[in-house]
Design a protein around this ligand. Structure first.
Ligand SMILES: [Zn+2]
Length: 212
């Protein structure tokens, strides 16, 4: 587990009493307030008080998906509590949040690792997942329970399972497919990246998904 994920575990054990975590209550306990703001050019931002003991988590109001909004808040909480992020400017663009691209700068990688572990704690997932089976039904059920995206939930599954890459293939239909059109884009995406979770792309567009 990474240091950022370790810190998320510590914060969760100390402050979180519910599953999925009540992020508003957590922010209050940490000295943060959440504000939804009209925003252009960023999805989340952290504004610290001068003394650094309090702050505001600003979240783009027009983010539609609850899971995405929650991940953004958790990401900004990460910037607030990770000690060496204290002197950073924290304006976080859309593409840097809930991305597991190892080419992001280190603070963004750490904030995403923190958020993923805060929202999808490994200890709970080990009991919740059947790690011997990779299925969309299972990923979807956990994502619904933990109020997380399919992307983040799949990534968490992949970090825990010992299944070989050949067993890590989901095939999902295209978005907007009232038709039975080609299944390749989403399915091939997951299959291609499954063995390297840090390269997972968004799978949210794959709605009405089914396993094949
Ligand atoms: Zn950030």
């Amino acid at each position: 587990m990474t240091p950022a994920a370790d810190l998320a575990n510590y914060v969760a054990q100390k402050f979180i009493k519910t599953a999925p975590p009540d992020l508003t209550a957590l922010c209050r306990d940490l000295g943060l307030r959440i504000r939804e703001v009209p925003a252009n050019g960023f999805d989340g931002a952290l504004v610290r008080s001068k003394a650094g003991q309090k702050g505001i988590v600003a979240v783009k109001a027009s983010i539609r998906e609850k899971s995405r909004k929650r991940f953004t808040i958790a990401h900004e909480i990460g910037h607030f509590v990770i000690p060496h992020h204290r002197n950073l400017g924290n304006i976080c663009e859309d593409r840097k949040i809930e991305s597991f691209d190892r080419h992001l700068n280190q603070p963004e990688i750490e904030a995403n690792e923190f958020a993923a572990e805060l929202l999808l704690p490994s200890a709970l997932l080990r009991r919740r997942f059947n790690l011997a089976e990779f299925s969309l039904a299972q990923i979807s059920a956990v994502a619904a329970d933990f109020e997380t995206s399919l992307t983040a939930t799949t990534r968490s599954y992949l970090t825990l399972t010992d299944l070989p890459p050949s067993m890590l293939s989901l095939r999902l239909p295209l978005q907007h497919s009232g038709e039975t059109g080609p299944l390749e884009p989403c399915g091939s995406q997951v299959a291609r990246t499954a063995a390297r979770p840090e390269r997972l792309e968004k799978t949210e567009d794959c709605r009405a998904a089914r396993e094949v």
